[in-house]
Design a protein around this ligand. Structure first.
Ligand SMILES: [Ca+2]
Length: 195
């Protein structure tokens, strides 16, 4: 039976693992049964489970859908996989975040902000809620003076005092551009080493 491009990719990645190999056969069969991607994803979900489900869905899902699915899985049921929330919400572009929020609503019928609020608390909750607004500065320019003052501010809000003023961290982490945050981290290393 000929294989489509995606299943060939999945096949090449996974031939060394017997469990995955068996599951991939199911998928090849499913591809020929259902040609619509949406139906295919639905069928894959009902056929697979656990890490195999996650690997295969990662290969087949559009990136936005996979992020929304991962966030939903990280929060649904008991407990929360905080590392997944951080990895996705703290690294995507504003446009990607907005698409993920929209996809979360349309595919899972839920409001991501409400789910974050019910699954997390305190400053971590506020940080994640800020992140899912998709309002990060995306200018490619780095302002060294601002990086220096942010580093000073973070030092004073954390290491330089008893306890931590988390709101300063939230402000910087949620709003500065990624290149700017890199400059803040470098400035912070200098500030903390001379104090
Ligand atoms: Ca939960």
């Amino acid at each position: 039976m000929p294989m489509c491009h995606l299943s060939q990719r999945a096949y090449n990645m996974c031939t060394s693992c017997h469990v995955l190999f068996r599951e991939l056969h199911k998928i090849v069969f499913l591809i020929y049964l259902c040609f619509g991607l949406k139906d295919l994803i639905k069928d894959l979900k009902s056929e697979l489970s656990g890490h195999v489900e996650e690997l295969i869905l990662a290969l087949f899902m559009p990136a936005t859908y996979y992020d929304a699915w991962s966030l939903h899985h990280a929060m649904k049921g008991a407990g929360t996989k905080e590392s997944v929330l951080i990895e996705i919400l703290c690294s995507r572009t504003n446009a990607e975040i907005r698409n993920i929020v929209q996809c979360y609503k349309s595919e899972f019928g839920r409001d991501i902000e409400k789910d974050i609020r019910s699954d997390t608390s305190g400053h971590f909750e506020r940080l994640l809620v800020s992140m899912c607004q998709g309002n990060r500065d995306e200018s490619p320019n780095v302002n060294m003076q601002q990086a220096e003052s942010d580093a000073q501010r973070l030092y004073q809000a954390g290491e330089g005092k008893l306890g931590t003023d988390e709101s300063s961290f939230n402000l910087v982490l949620a709003s500065r551009s990624y290149p700017q945050l890199k400059a803040v981290a470098e400035a912070y290393a200098r500030v903390s080493s001379v104090k």
